[in-house]
Design a protein around this ligand. Structure first.
Ligand SMILES: *[C@@H]1O[C@H](CO)[C@@H](O)[C@H](O)[C@H]1NC(C)=O
Ligand SMILES: *[C@@H]1O[C@H](CO)[C@@H](O)[C@H](O)[C@H]1NC(C)=O
Length: 245
């Protein structure tokens, strides 16, 4: 008769192994959480400690009130790195202004163009994809409950509008191809068309996007040259295929 206690004896090293494995996973998980911080709410003061100067602490950065752990980019975000001024704070504006001095390091996007606001939102996406989300910063973009503020919603809808305008402009401009262009120190600039004739045209979308009127060079067919708003390049013949600029 086989001993009924036998199966227990067989399984006890198995159980031991399993227990060990669980302990190992728990330990690794704890280490992981400590290293990567669980997403939480941050105050400006708390965030400011994670600026990369303290070796044992992770490096955190805020953008549009989202906080990211950028420790793996220490060479850039740590002291002496090119992005160090983004560490330990939300300097959303500086992502597009490039102004890292004094009040330039603010999270206010006041007065920025639609295109610039879209660009900051694109930066946030960049961090979402490449770094670890570490929570939300209470202030301009999130309230004390971690809910998005009106300001954040305004920023996001402005960026969305910008993306739509940009798409519309791309589709619109694809109908009339842009000129080829080149520039060299000796010969200066030149624009030309393989088919059609170079004309300067306003880019109407740009006023809404950047607040400025800009122009592009586009190639129009001969029968289109009578359209309003087309500008012949200075010192260039009406039917020349190439113009110096
Ligand atoms: C940077 O962080 C350290 C602690 O990690 C803190 O003592 C220091 O005040 C912080 N610097 C700024 C400018 O907040
Ligand atoms: C940076 O921003 C500050 C504050 O808004 C301003 O005084 C300064 O002139 C700006 N610097 C540059 C280079 O734009």
């Amino acid at each position: 008769m086989a001993s009924p206690s036998r199966p227990t004896r067989v399984s006890s090293p198995l159980l031991l192994g399993l227990g060990f494995l669980i302990a190992l996973i728990a330990f690794a998980l704890q280490f992981y959480i400590r290293k990567h911080l669980r997403p939480r709410l941050w105050t400006v003061e708390e965030l400011s400690l994670y600026n990369g100067t303290e070796d044992g602490l992770p490096i955190l950065l805020g953008i549009l009130g989202s906080v990211f752990d950028v420790t793996k980019g220490k060479t850039h975000y740590g002291p002496g790195g090119g992005y160090h001024h983004f560490s330990g704070r939300d300097a959303s504006r500086a992502f597009v202004s490039g102004n890292f001095t004094g009040d330039g390091l603010t999270d206010s996007l006041h007065g920025l163009s639609t295109m610039e606001v879209k660009s900051v939102v694109d930066w946030r996406k960049f961090y979402m994809e490449r770094y670890i989300f570490a929570g939300k910063l209470v202030g301009r973009y999130y309230d004390s409950q971690g809910n998005p503020t009106k300001y954040l919603k305004g920023v996001e809808s402005k960026a969305k509008r910008g993306a739509q305008l940009l798409e519309k402009q791309k589709i619109e401009e694809a109908k009339i191809p842009s000129c080829n262009s080149k520039w060299s120190e000796q010969e200066g600039g030149e624009v030309w068309c393989e088919t059609g004739y170079p004309r300067l045209v306003k880019r109407p979308g740009d006023i809404a996007l950047t607040g400025k009127i800009s122009q592009r060079c586009a190639c129009f067919k001969e029968e289109e040259l009578g359209r309003p708003g087309l500008e012949v390049y200075k010192d260039c013949d009406y039917l020349s295929k190439s113009c110096r600029v």
